[in-house]
Design a protein around this ligand. Structure first.
Ligand SMILES: Cc1cc2nc3c(=O)[nH]c(=O)nc-3n(C[C@H](O)[C@H](O)[C@H](O)COP(=O)(O)OP(=O)(O)OC[C@H]3O[C@@H](n4cnc5c(N)ncnc54)[C@H](O)[C@@H]3O)c2cc1C
Length: 473
């Protein structure tokens, strides 16, 4: 018997898994849920790289619960498994610890497994393993999805959890492109670094978290050659440390003051009362209001933020676990890793090497580097209009979705419904996670993804079978 159209979740990375967990727990009896997993060549399951390298999550365990209504769930899960030993310290009551990503992956997998076991029998749940390549909205408002395996899936509500795209290639590589095997264009691919020789010199474009993972992945596979990582400001994410609860000093509506005024206020706070707490505590006091600040900033304020403050926000708000920061600084002290501010001038492919020319900020002149590989670890690609992914192309071509005005992802409503090409809501079609950065700036890490997924699950739980209604945005 053919399954009645219900809710379909596309993509089962961190966002899709969290969405599925919340939907399983909240949908009413008899509701139909289909979970579709995409290609398996991505090695960044749940929080950065999956299990390929031994690295910790960059957010303290206290904030990594899978469940929105149970913030201590992950810490309790860890405590239940905590076996004291000389090598391992117990997870402290504050949850200030940074677990291995493989352990976090096990946690998410287990919570999903338990939710499927507990709720699978009262719902109608199916799982498919094939990328969705096409989507059509039918006259009755349902959606027809086509998978790469040739299957058709009908849906009343579709939840896109497609994640971030790999970084865009810098224009200086346009002549070489991904065709040159010495350019590693997808730093998250499971096999990305296998071809890098142990003694090869490497240049990395980007100095953020993906760069950190790339460096540690190279180190883990025995790479001993020199690595130069550069970005326009050469800023490395700051390291986590203990924080104390700092009083809220901004109102969510203060975004309207503009990002430069907000920066002044943060600095004043850090230099004043905040001195006794540390700047990290002051930054973390912004977490509960970041979303509201982003909303109240308006498009002009958001643009200003992206142009002037984004790099500083990124390195102070998204900090490195002490373990990763420590390993990077050892490599820097050993002279194996250099992090420099600079601009890419050119990359020339020669038979024996890539010749990379950088213009170093503050020093001037040009710096020529001969390297074996060039790894692109800059921010994820956001120019959705130029993406070759078939599903994304279909969404844009049919007008069901449109890029947001800041070119950070797709435009969505506060309820995470996509906005179509004419500016109207596309009923029943939702996006969660990094695709929604234009609407929810911080929705790339678990706490914000979880909140967004829980909101949508709560909404869908009240009307899973109703036909979505066409509304104006
Ligand atoms: C280096 C690094 C460190 C990080 N550290 C942390 C951290 O410590 N804590 C934290 O919370 N976050 C962290 N993040 C962020 C976090 O890893 C990502 O934001 C998160 O993985 C996003 O999950 P996602 O499911 O949205 O995307 P993804 O993990 O990319 O998953 C998307 C899924 O969608 C599937 N898919 C795509 N297209 C289709 C299709 N057409 N059909 C079917 N399936 C499809 C893909 O196969 C994939 O499985 C880190 C990120 C990086 C890069």
């Amino acid at each position: 018997m053919e399954k009645a159209p219900g809710i379909v979740v596309i993509g089962m990375g961190l966002t899709g898994s969290i969405a599925a967990i919340h939907l399983l727990r909240s949908l009413p009896d008899g509701a139909s849920l289909t979970l579709i997993e995409g290609p398996e060549d991505i090695d960044r399951r749940h929080a950065g790289h999956g299990g390929r390298i031994s690295v910790p999550v960059n957010i303290r365990a206290a904030h990594m619960s899978a469940l929105e209504d149970d913030p201590a769930h992950f810490v309790r899960w860890l405590w239940a498994r905590d076996v004291p030993s000389p090598q391992r310290r117990l997870v402290p009551p504050t949850g200030h610890t940074f677990v291995e990503r493989s352990q976090f992956n096990d946690y998410i997998d287990e919570v999903l497994r338990v939710a499927l076991a507990e709720h699978g029998s009262r719902l109608s749940v199916s799982r498919l393993g094939a990328p969705v390549t096409g989507i059509t909205r039918l006259e009755n408002g349902d959606y027809r999805l086509l998978t790469g395996a040739g299957d058709t899936v009908m849906a009343r509500h579709v939840v896109l959890c497609l994640g971030s795209l790999p970084p865009a290639l810098p224009p200086q590589l346009a002549g070489l492109g991904a065709a040159d095997e010495r350019i590693i264009a997808d730093p998250w691919s499971a096999s990305a670094y296998e071809k890098v020789g142990a003694e090869e010199a490497v240049v990395i474009y980007g100095t953020g978290h993906t760069m950190a993972d790339a460096v540690l992945a190279l180190d883990a596979q025995g790479h001993r050659g020199p690595i130069v990582a550069f970005s326009s400001r050469g800023l490395l994410p700051q390291e986590h440390d203990h924080v104390r609860p700092y009083p809220l000093f901004l109102d969510g509506g203060d975004g309207a003051l503009g990002p430069l005024e907000l920066l002044r206020r943060v600095r004043r706070e850090v230099a004043g009362t905040g001195q006794r707490y540390g700047w990290r505590s002051v930054m973390d006091a912004l977490v509960p209001v970041t979303d509201a600040l982003w909303q109240s900033a308006g498009e002009a304020g958001r643009r200003q933020f992206l142009r002037h403050l984004r790099p500083y926000w990124d390195v102070h708000a998204h900090r490195l676990s002490p373990n990763i920061a420590g390993r990077l600084s050892v490599l820097q002290v050993q002279g194996r890793l250099r992090i420099v501010p600079g601009r890419l001038v050119s990359v020339t492919a020669e038979p024996e090497r890539l010749r990379v020319v950088l213009s170093r900020r503050g020093i001037g002149g040009q710096w020529r580097l001969d390297v074996g590989h060039f790894i692109v670890c800059s921010s994820p690609r956001c120019d959705y209009e130029r993406i070759s992914d078939p599903l994304m192309k279909a969404l844009l071509a049919t007008g069901l979705a449109r890029p947001d005005g800041l070119q950070l992802g797709l435009e969505v409503t506060g309820r995470s419904e996509l906005i179509g090409v004419g500016g109207g809501v596309t009923p029943g079609l939702y996006a969660l996670g990094p695709t929604c950065r234009g609407q929810l700036w911080e929705v790339t890490s678990l706490p914000d993804i979880r909140a967004q997924a829980a909101r949508l699950a709560g909404y869908l739980a009240t009307s899973p079978d109703e036909l979505p209604v066409l509304e104006q945005a």
